[in-house]
Design a protein around this ligand. Structure first.
Ligand SMILES: NC(=O)c1ccc[n+]([C@@H]2O[C@H](COP(=O)([O-])OP(=O)(O)OC[C@H]3O[C@@H](n4cnc5c(N)ncnc54)[C@H](O)[C@@H]3O)[C@@H](O)[C@H]2O)c1
Length: 249
């Protein structure tokens, strides 16, 4: 019988203090990975570590604001120093602001986290992986990276994530590094909670999804686990929608 998918492997996850990142951190640990749980929120990140340890898994917390290149460089270095290697990275930290008008301050803040944050992660993860036998990277895109659903700043940042994913996959394909994106539809997390508090808005969002419901963070985590595992060994450069058929309409 095969063992867990990530036995003796190390996974780094950003935005792991809540929602999709937390679900993925728990799923990696369940599949045997040692997990570097990272978030700008110490409280959220440490709570994720506690959940993993209570279930018998191995995890450490490292604080990191992905909008800061020096902090991302230090995060990758700390992961390797703590666990001895880096095999999988889930670049998931992201923000979504409610501003409907085009506000340039909001635009810059979204780009700083959603675009530059992923770019910094790719740079330092690939720098390590290209010298140490490769690895698998998943970036969190969105249906807003595949369509115009969402605010202008958010759509711009998530289209960029899909573009960076495809370009990095091509560039590093011969170095044993696979790079994919997972593109969630409407998922029930802290990010969507303020919207879902209004039953009419919840019904509207559910109505836009052909499956007629919101997704759960664990349903995104399952796709990330598959993409990072050897079961997806010939899959790279893909932006996979996990969206209850939202993108099929
Ligand atoms: N929830 C959805 O419907 C949905 C849909 C599509 C895409 N996404 C994307 O999924 C990802 C995760 O979102 P979620 O829904 O789990 O939201 P969430 O708010 O539950 O989690 C986001 C986490 O990212 C952290 N974070 C925010 N800014 C950061 C920064 N600068 N550096 C490090 N960490 C930071 C937050 O502290 C939080 O723990 C995001 O990239 C988001 O854009 C979410």
């Amino acid at each position: 019988m095969p063992g867990p998918l990530f036995e003796d492997k190390v996974a780094l996850i950003t935005g792991a203090g809540s929602g999709i990142g937390r679900a993925a951190a728990i799923a990696f640990a369940q599949e045997g990975a040692k997990v570097m749980v990272s978030d700008v929120s110490k409280e959220g990140g440490e709570a994720t570590v506690a959940l993993i340890r209570d279930a018998g898994g191995e995890a450490l917390f490292a604080s990191c604001n992905v909008a800061r290149e020096d902090e991302v460089a230090a995060l990758v270095a700390k992961t390797v120093a703590s666990f001895g290697r880096l095999d999988c990275a889930f670049n998931n930290a992201g923000v979504c602001h409610a501003a409907l008008e085009i506000d340039m301050d909001v635009f810059r803040r979204t780009i700083d986290v959603n675009l530059m944050g992923v770019a910094y992660c790719l740079k330092y993860e690939i720098e390590y992986m290209s010298k140490h036998g490769g690895g698998a990277i998943v970036n969190t895109g969105s249906i807003s990276g595949l369509s115009g659903a969402g605010t202008v700043d958010y759509c711009a940042s998530k289209h960029a994530v899909v573009g960076m994913t495809r370009s990095a996959a091509l560039r590093f394909a011969t170095q044993g590094i696979r790079v994919n994106a997972v593109c969630p539809g409407a998922i029930e997390t802290a990010m969507t909670a303020p919207l879902l508090a209004d039953p009419a808005v919840r019904a509207q969002i559910e109505g836009m999804t052909p499956m007629g419901r919101m997704g759960q963070p664990e349903e995104i985590a399952d796709a990330v686990i598959w993409l990072c595992s050897n079961k997806a060994s010939f899959v790279t450069g893909q932006a996979i929608a996990v969206d209850g058929a939202f993108m099929c309409r």
